[in-house]
Design a protein around this ligand. Structure first.
Ligand SMILES: Nc1ncnc2c1ncn2[C@@H]1O[C@H](COP(=O)(O)OP(=O)(O)OP(=O)(O)O)[C@@H](O)[C@H]1O
Length: 242
């Protein structure tokens, strides 16, 4: 049901050796929401995404997903609960074709929906349909991003985690990808947690957002509130495209 809590991150600390990358994070995502996490390089955004997926694991605090404690669950079990990730850098399989990459995303559980889901993704990203037989590694950056999102969607996620979908892409391509995310949310009720350096695009798209600085959440609010917030504007929006 829309509005119900789906993900709750409470007091999470994550370390790389002795270095504390997350210093007590509290974040919530409700069903049907698009929530974004913005912040500068090195703030810990990707680390939070990875911690939700169980690698690295949180040293303290708790992560609950769909009513289950996933804090110490191995990554493959977390994926089975239908959290799908489109990671930073896309990580598609470069030697496999577009179609094979999408098949890999579907996994064995979803084979019966394969053709239906594939058609949806081809409607969303017609470019992928045209390039079905092309190897992933030879796609353009934008096409690889579409493939990475498409592959994550083939898993029929309850929660889609997107790490920097706009990275290295031209503004027009970013616009197309963000519109596709918005449409998925509106038509299918897909819940999305998005990490972005492109704060303007992310805040415009999101129902709610968190600002992260040095491993801590320093601000949160609706996308609109944060877009209008002078501190956010000065730190993340001045000089940007808006
Ligand atoms: N594998 C690792 N080993 C050691 N330190 C790491 C590792 N990965 C990240 N860090 C450190 O943890 C901190 C948070 O990094 P993280 O990648 O989560 O930030 P980010 O907000 O996603 O940044 P960016 O936008 O640049 O990707 C940084 O100081 C980074 O150097």
């Amino acid at each position: 049901m829309a509005g119900e809590q789906l993900l709750k991150v409470q007091g999470v600390e994550t370390y790389y050796g002795n270095i504390r990358a997350l210093a007590g994070i509290d974040v919530e995502v409700n069903k049907g929401e698009i929530v974004s996490l913005i912040g500068a390089n090195g703030a810990g955004k990707s680390t939070l995404m990875m911690t939700i997926c169980g690698s690295p694991q949180a040293r303290t605090g708790s992560i609950t997903f769909d009513g289950r404690d996933i804090t110490k669950m191995p990554t493959h079990e977390i994926a089975r609960l239908r959290i799908a990730q489109s990671p930073e850098g896309r990580r598609i399989f470069p030697r496999m074709t577009v179609l094979e990459n999408l098949q890999m995303g579907a996994g064995l559980d979803n084979l019966k929906y394969f053709h239906e889901d594939l058609e949806k993704i081809f409607v969303m990203f017609p470019r992928l349909k045209e390039r079905q037989t092309q190897r992933g590694g030879t796609l353009s950056g934008g096409e690889q991003q579409m493939l990475s999102i498409g592959r994550a969607l083939m898993a029929r996620p309850k929660l889609l985690l997107l790490d920097e979908p706009s990275l290295g892409l031209a503004p027009l391509i970013v616009k197309g990808i963000f519109e596709a995310i918005k449409k998925l949310n509106e038509t299918e009720g897909l819940t999305v947690f998005l990490v972005e350096q492109n704060a303007f695009a992310a805040l415009k798209l999101s129902h709610r957002a968190y600002v992260m600085v040095n491993g801590k959440v320093t601000m949160s609010g609706s996308g609109k509130e944060l877009l209008a917030n002078p501190e956010v504007r000065a730190a993340y929006l001045e000089g940007g495209r808006h």
